[in-house]
Design a binder for this molecule. Sequence first.
Ligand SMILES: NC(=O)c1ccc[n+]([C@@H]2O[C@H](COP(=O)([O-])OP(=O)(O)OC[C@H]3O[C@@H](n4cnc5c(N)ncnc54)[C@H](O)[C@@H]3O)[C@@H](O)[C@H]2O)c1
Length: 292
Amino acid sequence: MSVKTRVLVVGLGLIGASFAKAIKQAGVAYVLGYDRDPAVPGLAIDTQVIDEAVADLSSVTSVDVVVMAVPVMAIAGVVEQIRHLVADLTVLTDVGSVKGEVVRSVAGVLGDLPACFVPGHPIAGGEKSGVLAAEADLFKHHMHILTPLDNSSPAAVELLTGLWTACGAEVVAMTVQRHDEVLAATSHLPHLLAFSLVDTLARESENREIFKYAAGGFRDFSRIAASDPTMWHDIFLTNRDATLSILRRFQSDLSLLEQAIEHADGDLLRTVFTRAKSARDYFTEILESRQK
Ligand SMILES: NC(=O)c1ccc[n+]([C@@H]2O[C@H](COP(=O)([O-])OP(=O)(O)OC[C@H]3O[C@@H](n4cnc5c(N)ncnc54)[C@H](O)[C@@H]3O)[C@@H](O)[C@H]2O)c1
């Protein structure tokens, strides 16, 4: 009989609970779960997300893998609580949306970066949160980015790759810095724009009236403004350089459009819209090919 990998998931929200549920259903791991909210591990047992609830991290003794699935600014506190496990772990990983800050947090608490540590980030999720939003197929057909460090052990990368592949994800690797730049452009900036637009339109209470008349365009663009404020607070405070850089480029391009409207420069508007449509059509093709 093969012995299952023992995985401890710390933070049983949308991402942690979905990962736990997926590896448990795939039969590749025995999953222990802990959450700061004492009601959550019990709910995770009731909904078949985990095999065993952990009430106190200091009582955990033998696990192979620890997955930290908490907001980025909570990572240091979690590392403090699981530091007694680190020497015997095969893998220490996380799912945080910013990688540089997670690496700084682990190094800050442990003093150095252990070979078992392989940061990661699933490129899947949504605006729901909490254990009851868990979906075992959340990561299917999506990428999981690993950002192995210079001293990350190949055995750790291999075990982690196997777990995420069992969730149906395609595992890719890149550097921490590249990850934070790419995600600032493709995820962090769009979320900032959605939060900002919805806030601008909703600020006056009588303005909420206008949502009655909103249709598909507003719905598509604004969906991500329903995302968790704590998670996004942490992302913008911990990926400041990369988000400021892409935000400033965007502001400058937006000013060009503002001027084009002001001066009735239809050529510029048509050029920008045509270029953007072609880029979006290409992205649609990529999305469709991923679903096959
Ligand atoms: N939601 C997404 O779309 C998405 C996608 C990819 C990555 N992420 C990353 O995943 C991580 C978790 O996000 P989520 O969407 O699952 O959030 P969530 O709000 O659904 O869940 C977070 C869970 O962590 C628990 N928690 C918070 N602090 C804790 C602590 N110190 N110790 C133990 N438990 C703690 C909370 O009680 C909650 O159950 C974040 O770092 C986020 O950046 C989110």
